[in-house]
Design a protein around this ligand. Structure first.
Ligand SMILES: Nc1ncnc2c1ncn2[C@@H]1O[C@H](COP(=O)(O)OP(=O)(O)OP(=O)(O)O)[C@@H](O)[C@H]1O
Length: 606
C-alpha cells in the first residue's frame, strides 16, 4: 500500500473530479437505501388494509427525507398512497442511475487521466535513461511497465477506488439504518456476510495466482510465436518447422492446462457466492417470517431487510476483488516506482552551459569497462583529431572501435582519462547539446515505421524542405532508388511499409546523419551492406560533403578513395598502429597486410 502513496499527487491534481465523484457515490447510495424504506412503508400500509387486520401497522420512519415524504402522503387514500410510493421508488431509481452515470464520469474518467499522465511520466523517464539500463532490461519488461503495470494501477485509481467508496458508504448506510430499526435482527441476518467476504477474498487470491500464471504462459506463447514469425526465414532454411511446432505445442499445452484449471475455480466461485448471498436472504425470510407470524406490524420491516441484504450483496462480494485489485496495483506500482527511481547515469553536471563544438577532439588515456559485462573495451586510449581531419578507425571485430563513438556521444562515461572537444571536457557540455552537434550513423540501422522523408529528417528540429531531404539522399547515393519507389520519398518503410534492402537502409541512415549538417560526423561501420561500386560512389560524395568537417569513420574495410589524415588500428582496446596511409604501409604491419589483401580481393572480384 505504501507503494501506492506516490499516486496522491495525481489525486490532488484531479481533486475536484475526485471529490465530486465521492459526493455522487454517497448520494447515489443514499437514494439506494431510501427505496427499501419506501417499500417497507408501503408494505406496512398494505398489511394494514388486509381483510381482518386488527392493528394499524407501525411505520418506523427514522430518515428525515422519508419523514417528509410520509407526512405528505400518509393521509392520502390507500390507492393514491400506493401509487405515490411507486412513483417515488421509480424517481429514486432514476436519480440513482443518473448519479451512477456521473460517478463513472468523474472517477473512471479521472483514472484515465491519471493513466495518461503516468504513461507519459514513464515514457519521459525512459528517454532520459542511460544506454546500460536498456542493456540490462528486456524490451518485454520495459513494454510491460508502460502498458500492463500502468493499466493495473489504473484499475486501482478507477474501479477499485470507486467500488471501495461505494461499498464503504453503502455498507455504512445500510448497517446504520438496519441497526436503528432492529439491532437483533440486523446481527442475525448480517452474520453470514463477513464469512462471504473472507471466502471471496481467499478464492480471489487463488484466482489471482492462477490467472497470473496463465498470463505469464500466454506472454511466453506470444513471444515464442513472435520470434518464430521474425525468424521464419532462418527456421525454413534450417528446416526446423517441425521442432518449432513441437516447442509451440508444448507451451500451448501448458497454457491450456492452466487455463482450464482457472476456469474450474471460477466455475465454483460464482455459484458458491450466490449460495452464500441466498443464505442471508433465507435467514432474513425465516426469522422475519416467524416474527411476522406473531406481529403483523413487522411485515414491512422484513421486506425492507430482505432488500437491504440484496443491496449489500454486490458491495460485500466486491470486497475480495477490490482487495486483490489493490494488491495487484501495489505490486505494479512497485515495479513502476523501481523504474522511476532509477536515476539516469548520464546527466548534466549542475550549471553546464551549451556551446558550439569546434576544434580538436582529444581522447586522453581513456579507459572504459562496460558496467554489466565487465568487458574492458578501451585501455589507455589516446587520440587527437584536429578540426577538419578525416580519421579512419580499423580493427578486428570486438576490438573496441564502436566504443570510441559511444564514449564521444556520452552513451557511457569513460572510467579513466578524459575526452575533450575544442579544449572543453565533453562532460561540461549539456548531453543534448553535445549529441545535437554530432552526426552519428550507428552500426545497427533503425528506421521508424514512417515515410522515407520523415526518417531522413528525423534529427531536425523543424520540418525540412523536400530539396534538403533530396540533397542529403543524393550525398548518401540513395536518391535515385527512392525516386523509383511507387511513392518516392513518401513511401512508408518499417514493419508496415516497403522492405528496403540492408544497403538501402544503411544509406537512408547516412542521409539522416548528413542532413543535420553537423561539424563532427561519426560513421560506425555504415557501409558494410553496400556493394563496392556504391561504396565508391558514397565515399566520393562524402569527400565533397565533408570538406571542412571533422569525421571519424569506423570500418572493417579500407576506403582507398578517401585520403585520410590518420588511420588508427585498434586491437583489444588499444591502438596498435597509427599514422597516415603511407606511414602504415611503410610499417608493414596489420594495416599493410589488410590493404594488400583487400586490393587483391577487389582485383579478383573485378
Ligand atoms: N553495450 C555493451 N555492453 C557490454 N559489452 C559490450 C557492449 N558493446 C560492446 N561490448 C563489448 O566490448 C567490446 C568492444 O566492442 P565494440 O562494439 O566497441 O567492438 P567493435 O570493434 O566495434 O566491434 P565490431 O567491429 O564487431 O562492431 C566487445 O568485446 C563487446 O563484446
Amino acid at each position: 500500500m505504501k507503494q501506492l502513496s506516490v499516486l496522491s499527487k495525481y489525486f490532488w491534481k484531479y481533486r475536484v473530479r475526485f471529490t465530486a465523484g465521492i459526493v455522487f457515490i454517497i448520494l447515489s447510495n443514499y437514494f439506494a437505501v431510501l427505496a427499501p424504506q419506501v417499500f417497507g412503508y408501503v408494505m406496512g400500509k398494505v398489511v394494514e388494509h388486509l381483510p381482518g387486520a386488527k392493528t394499524a401497522a407501525s411505520t418506523q420512519v427514522k430518515d428525515g427525507v422519508m419523514r417528509l415524504l410520509v407526512s405528505r402522503i400518509d393521509t392520502l387514500p390507500f390507492g393514491q398512497l400506493v401509487a405515490a410510493c411507486g412513483v417515488t421508488i421509480l424517481v429514486l431509481a432514476v436519480l440513482r442511475s443518473i448519479l451512477m452515470f456521473f460517478m463513472r464520469q468523474t472517477i473512471i474518467v479521472m483514472s484515465r487521466h491519471i493513466e495518461f499522465d503516468q504513461k507519459n511520466e514513464v515514457y519521459q523517464h525512459y528517454q532520459q535513461l542511460h544506454a546500460s539500463f536498456f542493456k540490462t532490461h528486456t524490451t518485454g519488461d520495459l513494454m510491460n511497465r508502460i502498458a500492463e503495470d500502468v493499466s493495473r494501477v489504473r484499475m486501482f485509481t478507477g474501479p477499485a477506488i470507486m467500488y471501495l467508496i461505494n461499498l464503504l458508504s453503502l455498507i455504512t448506510l445500510c448497517v446504520i439504518i438496519m441497526f436503528r430499526k432492529d439491532a437483533n435482527l440486523s446481527l442475525i441476518v448480517l452474520a453470514p456476510l463477513p464469512l462471504l467476504a473472507i471466502t471471496i477474498y481467499i478464492v480471489n487470491t487463488v484466482i489471482y495466482k492462477k490467472s497470473e500464471k496463465v498470463q505469464a504462459l500466454l506472454s511466453a506463447l506470444t513471444s515464442n510465436s513472435q520470434e518464430s514469425y521474425s525468424g521464419i526465414r532462418v527456421i525454413k532454411s534450417f528446416v526446423q518447422e517441425r521442432s518449432m511446432l513441437n516447442f509451440f505445442t508444448r507451451n500451448s499445452e501448458e497454457y491450456r492446462k492452466n487455463a482450464v484449471s482457472l476456469a474450474k475455480v471460477e466455475a465454483v466461485y460464482f455459484p458458491s457466492m450466490t449460495l452464500m448471498v441466498g443464505l442471508s436472504t433465507l435467514i432474513t425470510v425465516l426469522i422475519g417470517g416467524r416474527m411476522a407470524l406473531h406481529d403483523h406490524q413487522q411485515v414491512g420491516l422484513i421486506v425492507e431487510f430482505v432488500i437491504y441484504i440484496n443491496l449489500l450483496t454486490f458491495p460485500v462480494s466486491a470486497i475480495g476483488s477490490v482487495a486483490s485489485m489493490i494488491q495487484r496495483a501495489a505490486a505494479s506500482q512497485k515495479r513502476v516506482n523501481e523504474f522511476l527511481q532509477t536515476t539516469p547515469e548520464i546527466a548534466d553536471a549542475p550549471g553546464v552551459q551549451p556551446g558550439e563544438l569546434k576544434g580538436d577532439i582529444v581522447f586522453n588515456k581513456v579507459k572504459f569497462t562496460y558496467p554489466h559485462t565487465g568487458i574492458t573495451a578501451l585501455k589507455n586510449f589516446s587520440l587527437t583529431v584536429k578540426e577538419g581531419q578525416k580519421v579512419l578507425i580499423l580493427g578486428k571485430t570486438g576490438s573496441g572501435k564502436s566504443t570510441v563513438a559511444q564514449l564521444l556521444l556520452r552513451f557511457y562515461n569513460a572510467d579513466e582519462g578524459s575526452i575533450a572537444v575544442g579544449g572543453r571536457d565533453i562532460n561540461t557540455f549539456p548531453v543534448k547539446s553535445l549529441r545535437d552537434q554530432v552526426s552519428y550513423v550507428p552500426q545497427d540501422v533503425f528506421l521508424f515505421s514512417d515515410t522515407i522523408a520523415s526518417n531522413i529528417s528525423f534529427g531536425l528540429h523543424k520540418p525540412a524542405p523536400p530539396q534538403q531531404v533530396e540533397l542529403a539522399a543524393q550525398y548518401a547515393s540513395i536518391d535515385r532508388e527512392i525516386k523509383n519507389l511507387p511513392e518516392g520519398y513518401q513511401t512508408m518503410v518499417g514493419e508496415r511499409g516497403v522492405t528496403l534492402s540492408g544497403g538501402q537502409k544503411q544509406r537512408v541512415s547516412i542521409a539522416r546523419a548528413l542532413i543535420k549538417d553537423a561539424r563532427i560526423l561519426l560513421f560506425d561501420d555504415c557501409l558494410s551492406a553496400v556493394d563496392a561500386k556504391t561504396e565508391h560512389e558514397i565515399i566520393h560524395n562524402l569527400y565533397n560533403y565533408l570538406n571542412e568537417k571533422t569525421a571519424i569513420i569506423i570500418t572493417h574495410r579500407i576506403f582507398t578513395v578517401l585520403n585520410f589524415d590518420q588511420v588508427i588500428i585498434i586491437d583489444d582496446g588499444e591502438i596498435i598502429e597509427q599514422g597516415t596511409h603511407q606511414e602504415l604501409m611503410d610499417l608493414n604491419g596489420y594495416y599493410a597486410e589488410l590493404y594488400r589483401l583487400q586490393i587483391s580481393n577487389d582485383q579478383s572480384a573485378a
